[in-house]
Design a protein around this ligand. Structure first.
Ligand SMILES: Cc1ncc(COP(=O)(O)O)c(C=O)c1O
Length: 397
């Protein structure tokens, strides 16, 4: 029996009718770009997160671009992030003309390593103007941890390092709408742990639109206003441009569909967690576990229900060439899987000018060789999970 990697048609009953109604509403009131649906979605996301100032954007990528522009980050500046992430995280830093500075990830979690971040920061030189400069002479302006696959980076450590170097933290929260982080003063939603963040509503995200969409979130109201201005060509008053922004506006239809889906999100996230547990039980019976490593849950001991929302269920398969052989076998069996991400960004052709080489970020490179995402979407059946694990057993037999 084929098992899809992802199948939107199997999401909880009732959501299709809610989306139909929402889309029809927009067709009737005709506010196709920004307007009441976008304003309402922004408020609903703020309520869901429990704070912040949300700005609806045309995609997660555009949300990040607008955040960087609103912060005035550009030529002469540098931003630190990790190379084991989706391209947009780093490409937006490049697109505003700033320097991309990478640090490595932790082997256990695939997430930014505070030790590696500290080591990269320690090489910066403090200038007379109070900025820490890279070897190329650029000023460190922000640190961008990426919360991959459904759980958060070690934000407590990262926030401390950022404060030491006097720069804000921009959370790449594209994959974690709904994840709780155990902060010093209690639970805080991902996206509100640093100074600012962004989410993606790409259709396969835990909350997906019916096209492209995203959201920037700022703790500071004035910065959010600036992002709002950047979103619409830097205009507050029509045809008077305060700064050079872009067309990063969110459509009414996307916002309405997201509003229709938002009430389902908690339930879907719980289903994903249930699927993760079913995988753990099924893998435990196979004896594959020394060869296969299951996703870490760095904040499980916090007792927070939503410490992980399993946007992806990413395992590691140890052994030279084993991951690729397993994926080939699963594909032959018509079992879906994916590699997030096969080439770490410091080794991408377009970033060759940065001068990085193989071996510079060994954990990111190892993750790119060993990781494999298995189906985890809401609607996946228990028998299918068992079939995926049986496929893995046969592949590694
Ligand atoms: C980690 C990460 N960052 C950034 C993005 C970019 O978001 P979008 O596809 O909405 O532009 C995505 C999603 O694709 C992502 O997964």
């Amino acid at each position: 029996m084929p098992v899809p990697l992802f199948d939107l048609s199997r999401f909880a009953g009732g959501v299709d009718a809610a989306i139909d109604e929402a889309v029809l509403r927009v067709l009737r009131h005709r506010q196709y770009i920004l307007g009441t649906e976008v304003a309402a979605l922004e408020k609903e996301i703020e309520n869901f997160l429990g704070g912040g100032h949300a700005v609806g954007m045309s995609s997660g990528t555009d949300a990040l671009l607008a955040l960087l522009i609103a912060n005035g980050i550009g030529p002469g500046d540098a931003v630190i992030t990790t190379p084991y992430t989706f391209f947009a995280t780093a490409s937006c830093i490049h697109r505003v003309g700033a320097e991309i500075l990478f640090c490595d990830i932790e082997s256990s979690s695939f997430l930014m390593s505070p030790d590696s971040l500290r080591a990269v920061c320690a090489k910066l030189v403090l200038g007379e103007d109070g900025f820490h400069r890279t070897a190329r002479g650029n000023r460190l302006r922000a640190i961008m941890p990426v919360h991959l696959f459904g759980t958060c980076c070690d934000m407590e450590s990262i926030n401390v390092i950022a404060a030491q170097y006097g720069v804000p933290v921009i959370e790449d929260a594209a994959q974690v709408l709904g994840t709780d982080y155990p902060g010093r003063d209690g639970a805080v939603k991902a996206g509100l742990i640093g100074e600012m963040s962004y989410f993606s509503f790409y259709p396969s995200k835990n909350l997906g639109a019916i096209g492209d969409a995203g959201m920037a979130v700022c703790r500071d109201a004035a910065l959010a206003e600036k992002v709002r201005c950047v979103r619409n060509h830097g205009m507050e008053e029509r045809y008077f441009h305060k700064l050079v922004g872009g067309n990063f506006r969110l459509d009414g239809i996307q916002a309405a569909a997201l509003r229709a889906k938002l009430p389902f999100l908690d339930g879907w996230n719980a289903t994903r967690r249930g699927n993760a547990l079913a995988y753990r039980e099924a893998f435990a019976k196979t004896g594959l576990l020394p060869q296969v490593t299951l996703p870490a849950e760095p904040f499980a001991s916090s007792g927070l229900r939503d410490h992980h929302i399993y946007h992806q269920f990413v395992i590691r398969i140890l052994g030279e060439g084993k991951r690729d052989a397993v994926q080939t076998f699963l594909t032959q069996q018509k079992i879906g899987s994916a590699i997030y991400y096969p080439v770490p960004l410091h080794l991408q052709e377009c970033f060759a000018y940065l001068g990085y080489k193989p071996g510079d970020f060994p954990e990111s490179e190892r993750a790119a060789r060993e990781s494999l995402a298995l189906p985890i979407f809401p609607g996946l059946r228990k028998e299918e999970i068992e079939e995926v694990v049986e496929g893995m057993r046969q592949a590694l037999a």
